[in-house]
Design a protein around this ligand. Sequence first.
Ligand SMILES: O=c1ccn([C@@H]2O[C@H](COP(=O)(O)OP(=O)(O)O[C@H]3O[C@H](CO)[C@@H](O)[C@H](O)[C@H]3O)[C@@H](O)[C@H]2O)c(=O)[nH]1
Length: 457
Amino acid sequence: MAAPTERRHVALLPVPLASHPAMMLLLGRKIISSVPNVEVSLLVTDPSATSLSAAAADSGIRVVRVDSGVDKAVAVTPPQALRKFAEVAVESLRKGLAVAEEEVGFKITCIVADAMMTFVCRVLAEERGVKWAALWSPSAGALAAHMHTEHFLNAIGPHGIEGHKEETADQYIPEFPSIPIIDLPPEIFNVGSPFGKMLHLMSLYLDNAVAVVVNSYDALEPAATDILRRVFSDKLPVLNAGPFTLTMPSSSETSGADPHNCLPWLDSHAAAPTSFVYISFGSEYSPPLEELVSLAEALEATKVPFLWSLPNRFKPSLPEGFTERTSTLGKVVPWAPQMSVLSHVAVGAQLTHCGWNSVLESIVTGVPIIGRPSRIADHPFDGRLVFDVWGIGVEVEGWKLTKATAMAALEKVMRGEEGKKAREKIQVMKRLSNEATTEPNGSSAKNLREFINIITC
Ligand SMILES: O=c1ccn([C@@H]2O[C@H](COP(=O)(O)OP(=O)(O)O[C@H]3O[C@H](CO)[C@@H](O)[C@H](O)[C@H]3O)[C@@H](O)[C@H]2O)c(=O)[nH]1
């Protein structure tokens, strides 16, 4: 650790997407609580700069608002916003770093950025002559796949993966799980898209960082971790320090309290343990409206009790009278405190799009998964890990919610043998995730200490 007299100034650069800025704030808190004499500046765009400022101030973290490149008067989708940000990122963050230094009164000593921001932070770190480190919030397996982008592109050629759909990733990367290559993150094969370009640059330059911290734990992804260590050939440490939700737990200001009274409602409606299904499709994604309707019909038909986190804009699309008819069976809310809900004794399964955070939250709470992966980012890959590699969940047939496929998946997991088996397996993983994070010598606890040491020494 840095000597108490040495002052350090760490700049945190999250990618302005979904829960990433909030996660960086949690890392900032962990740094401040672990190291004396350290200043932490979080460089974020709006709306995160506004929503996180109170929580950041409470933790002694300085929020520096940076330009997002988006005209506030124009509505943009998340991919459009990301493209705009990528265009202005170098200049915008360069200014942000200068503001942070002026406010603190001394220079930045280390930059910690989302790994997908490699394209900008390596430039900024180099021009300032400081080190930089990266945080990767999806799985180690997804990072291992991205790090082979050039290898895939060279092997597959210019015509994309059309002719390779029957192949599995282990045919290209020895020791990788046997996952169809069409279920790898699609950006690997689409390096021309804004997101694909960022991730491609990450794969080319990430080895310039001093360390990478990953939201996984060693016992969960041993093969992918070995592959990463081989890729970086000991040039930089790859440190699994997750699940972050255990090593960097959030408080109600960052994760959201319970404004819709989900927990008291579960308390009062829980007839039996593990009888409820919790449903959420993450912070950005939703299946098409007709699938939401089919799911509602399946819930009514199976009478599986439910708590459904569904943004308000989708509620009018539910079948007419659904919420009234199911008022004693279930509750639909625009947002739920997911970790607390999954920890509730009444909850027996999570129906999810297979975003990595949701998968990890199921693991740490021991709640099996009903997966309806989206075809976006790492969700298909995470789904394959859940269904085929770890066996901790059941897939919705065809990854499409019809009344029949939703009913079948609900029956299997809530009432069938497959659910029992998945529950047993995920309980083992829950124990391993706890050992990795809560025991002082647990692998993730140690790795997080090492990461913080590297960025502050
Ligand atoms: O009502 C809700 C709904 C969601 N959440 C939280 O929101 C997060 C959702 O995260 P995740 O399941 O990972 O979904 P996305 O927000 O879609 O995830 C983005 O970030 C992940 C981690 O980088 C990537 O794996 C995904 O590809 C990317 O889409 C989780 O922590 C949930 O607990 C709540 O607390 N309450």
